[in-house]
Design a binder for this molecule. Sequence first.
Ligand SMILES: [Zn+2]
Length: 552
Amino acid sequence: MSQSQVLARKWRPKNFSSLIGQDHIIKALTNALEQKRLHHAYLFTGTRGVGKTTIARILAKALNCESGVTSNPCGNCPACIEIDRGNFIDLVELDAASNTQVDNMRELLENALYAPTYARYKIYIIDEVHMLSKSAFNAMLKTLEEPPDHVKFILATTDPQKIPVTVLSRCLQFNLKQIPLTLIAAHLKYVLGQEKITCDETSLQLIARAAQGSMRDALSILDQAIIFGKGKIEESGVHAMLGTVDQVYLYDLLEAIIQKDGTKMLNIADGIEAKSLSFDTALQEMAGLFHNLALAQVVPQTINENLPEYKQIISLSKRLPPEELQLYYQIALHGRADLGLAPDEYAGFTMTLMRMLAFVPENLLENTKASVPPSVGNGEKQNPRTNKKISTISGINSKHTSPAILNNFMVPNTDSCNTNQSDIDWPTLVNQLKLNGMAKMLAQNCEIKTYSTDNLELCLLAEHKHLLEKKYQDKVQIALSEHFGNNIHLKFSVGKITGITPAELDNRDKQTKQQQAITAIETDPVVRELVDSFDAKLINSSIKPINNGGSK
Ligand SMILES: [Zn+2]
């Protein structure tokens, strides 16, 4: 026996009262045993590790305990002890999944006719019974049609649909449920307490979650964690052992969506790709998170306080309106289904995120119109980052804009009366200069006032005069000199801008991209479907173009 099976075996329940998570079955069996309403064949169904064969063995003891048929076998009589040890002569335990045992199955079943050697009942426990051969099923059926009083069949399967109806109809069937996470965690905690091993709550939750409803798996994983941590269980070790990634990125992602921050959202998507995590899993986990958030809104007590993300779930559930959650959930599911159809998974994933950014259910829109977010409004909007009013795309039609700039943005030309403008395209030039940080910001918020061969005078927008520090001026001067290949004498003044600064141009650039993004999303078929089926309305200003080259 491997080390990792120690706890699972040691803590295997030996009576009904210590069984976790199958109360409905225990109650039915207990009543039947106490009222001596016994059946010839019992069938336990359920996924692996939920306790089917454990219940079968306890039932075998209950039927054969020397204290009499009981719901509470003594555990001390020879029958109970031998059954626990697995060498009780009148208990035949078979695993139909193993071929070697199936070969002589028919013969074994024919022996059922003979009375038990020692016990009250001759008991056949057959695990994975659906894998029996046809002839073996026939032999069993023969016994079941005219069952001798001394024979009991206790069958277990993960796949009851493969059992012949003729056999099924003669069995009393019990469907075992997956064990809820909270019960698994509580039991693990109890076991650890008894074993005097310390473990933090988060690790406990991680292990319980990884067990996926199986107590046996939970105990095995717990054993592995103890070995992995050399007797200590720690969160980092459990993550490493389970190969799980903590779900911090999920919460960051949702935060970015709530804040309508496309850049942050994209950065997280890039991070997911960089870590080679699957986008499919990410969408699955997102849908799971939305489900949890919805639960937290409707029945908050179902959210386990020991969950590592408990505080975040509660906080987010209070910030997101239920309608929006439902919509996000749908978008995540749709996105997952469409992942295979997308040009690539990255595109599919980010498109799904963009849909989340772009939508707010219609009724929410009505509610929020009057009050907050800056993104929900018409006409002029506050730019949340700069707190600066940014004009809509039609506002680009400025009198002072040079024709060259206008042409770049395909806005109808108007007459230019800005005589101060040189023929240097300053916005283009600024992008070519080797500048970054504050020096770049300085250059971006200027326009050319005068220009001659070696002399350049820039006018800085008054509201940015804090940028006029010598070191930034010097950097701009050096960059310009490098660009032109001769020493440029640079002079700054502060005042009103008559044309368009590169910074302003950037804003307009963003507006144009925004318009393109809106068009792309509006024509997206899934978006159309969501609009129709959810009564959703596209919030144009919530769409942020995603720019792989970073913000330009
Ligand atoms: Zn007993």
